[in-house]
Design a protein around this ligand. Structure first.
Ligand SMILES: Nc1ncnc2c1ncn2[C@@H]1O[C@H](COP(=O)(O)OP(=O)(O)OP(=O)(O)O)[C@@H](O)[C@H]1O
Length: 302
């Protein structure tokens, strides 16, 4: 089983001809609500990339939603993807997390996130999910829920002997000693620079990965957008070019990569094969708009 611990958001996506100025009211275009949140996106990507064949990995999610209409829709979307929701807690009197996203005619976006229920995921929720985590082979986390909860979950997963995958997004520094508990650290270049304590301008992926390994993470896989991936694995350093596609929307490319990679590892692939599967899934996703709407199923890739 793969257990994903993290955020569950509704993305409120509005097309605009251009970004509004302060105090200005603009008439926008198409509006859509699309399930998102890094945690939920990664759970969906793990589930879709595990396929529906006999013996495929089960995926469970640990997180919080509010007792509003978005919360019910978000839970239903996850269950619709076959994700076990027994440890998704509905919090009374709390709003579900949302991301308000404006996308202009040049494809630029501007995003405001209100964490809502995600901000209330606590160490007690993680302890309540211990029985579920005990059944996991791999535990996947990100940083859209409180840091003390993420650290608590990493420590618990590690103490239970689980493989820990951390996507340190959005960029933040981590308490001392946490990287030593992470088996696979998967940042983008900006997140990697933040963790290494250097400026992202001109930072070299190989040097960043080496610095992060020195800080304690066994394996560091830095995603580089259309340039692919640089991986510093236990056995050596490798660069994997991205697949060449016509990108229309890169939302959730990183989440889709993680789903493809983790599903690959869980199915017994080695790291290189899992990275290639992650990149194939992510390249497919950038050719489609939206977050969970752009995540492929395994059978669509092969
Ligand atoms: N334009 C592209 N063409 C092909 N593959 C891409 C492209 N952009 C992203 N990818 C794939 O997606 C992976 C993750 O992309 P990226 O490094 O942009 O992640 P990210 O910054 O976490 O993205 P996001 O926050 O949008 O989810 C890349 O390593 C690559 O495999």
């Amino acid at each position: 089983m793969i257990v994903v611990i993290g955020s569950i958001n509704m993305d409120l996506v509005l097309r605009v001809p251009r970004m509004p100025l302060p105090g200005e009211t603009l008439t926008g275009g198409a509006f859509r609500t699309i399930p998102g949140g890094k945690g939920a996106n990664q759970a969906v990507a793990c589930a879709r990339m595990s396929g529906k064949v006999a013996g495929a990995q089960q995926v469970a999610m640990v997180g919080c939603v509010g007792d509003d209409a978005f919360g019910a829709t978000l839970r239903a979307a996850l269950v619709g993807d076959g994700i076990i929701d027994s440890h998704i807690t509905t919090l009374p009197g709390v709003a579900s997390g949302i991301a308000s996203i404006l996308v202009d005619d040049n494809g630029q976006n501007s995003i405001v996130i209100a964490g809502g229920a995600n901000d209330l995921l606590s160490p007690a929720h993680i302890d309540a999910a211990q029985g579920l985590i005990e059944q996991a082979d791999i535990v996947v986390l990100q940083l859209e829920t409180p840091m003390d909860t993420v650290v608590h979950a990493i420590k618990l997963a590690r103490s239970l002997g689980k493989t820990v995958v951390l996507n340190p997004a959005p960029a933040a520094s981590l308490p001392d000693g946490v990287l030593e508990l992470v088996d696979y650290l998967i940042p983008n270049e900006i997140e990697a620079a933040m963790l290494a304590g250097v400026s992202p301008d001109g930072a070299d992926a190989k040097a960043l990965a080496a610095a992060l390994q020195k800080l304690g993470s066994d394996n560091v896989i830095i995603t580089l957008g259309s340039k692919g991936v640089h991986a510093a694995l236990y056995g050596g350093d490798y660069t994997f070019p991205a697949e060449v596609v016509q990108a229309v929307d890169t939302t959730a490319a990183g989440d889709t990569f993680i789903g493809g990679f983790v599903a690959g590892l869980a199915s017994g692939m080695d790291e290189a094969e899992s990275i290639q599967q992650g990149q194939r899934a992510a390249a497919w996703s950038v050719t489609k708009p939206g977050a969970q709407t752009s995540i492929p199923h395994l059978h669509e890739l092969f």
